[in-house]
Design a protein around this ligand. Structure first.
Ligand SMILES: [Zn+2]
Length: 200
């Protein structure tokens, strides 16, 4: 049986070669000496790192969830909070990182708890904007698990804001999405209070 996802430990050789060459050019154009000892292997390392950080393109969030769904007569809120998240902003290809808080209310099925952070990785490990990342996770859980409701809050810091541009070191961007039962204000507030979000 093949698993529904694979972690990149082996890299696509063609992609590695092409991206490596591009990184060599970028390094050169930026004014560096690509033959300097410390930089000799950098283009190849960078090429592999970028493949790792974008491996979500080769993964299927719905399949990951379907692989661990169980019938269960449980109808209370399930919350997974403080899920570490690392992604790349698609405007600058710089990291944004933070935490995701996710809740759902089952409607006949629950899902293995470790699968929710995997779904976060599937959509975070590609070029993203925080708004779409929030929406992608929300829709994946909603359409696959078909719960009574699902909620996603993401709090993230963006290196493109911190290191360049406005240089706001401490700003955190919060995005959220709610489906089904979480559209009721009481349910939504209960969730926000439990995860300690500023939105409540
Ligand atoms: Zn950016």
């Amino acid at each position: 049986m093949t698993p529904p996802y694979k972690y990149f430990e082996e890299y696509n050789l063609n992609v590695t070669d092409e991206v490596k060459e591009s990184y060599q050019n970028i390094t050169l154009e930026l004014g560096e000496n690509v033959h300097r000892e410390g930089l000799l292997k950098t283009p190849e390392r960078a090429a592999k790192a970028m493949q790792f950080l974008t491996q979500g393109y080769h993964m299927d969030g719905a399949e990951i969830l379907r692989g661990a769904m169980f019938k269960e007569d449980y109808h209370d809120m399930v919350i997974i909070k403080d899920i570490e998240l690392y992604s790349l902003c698609e405007h600058h290809i710089l990291p944004f990182f933070g935490k995701a808080h996710i809740a759902y209310i089952p409607d006949g099925h629950i899902v293995g708890l470790s699968k929710i952070p995997r779904v976060v990785d599937v959509f975070a490990r590609r070029l993203q904007v925080q708004e779409r990342l929030t929406h992608d996770i929300l829709e994946c859980i909603n359409t696959t698990l078909k719960p009574q409701g699902v909620a996603v809050v993401i709090e993230a810091s963006h290196m493109c804001m911190m290191m360049r541009g406005v240089q706001k070191q401490n700003s955190v961007t919060t995005t959220s999405g709610f489906r089904g039962a979480f559209q009721r204000i009481e349910t939504r507030n209960e969730f926000l209070k439990l995860v300690g979000s500023d939105l409540s």
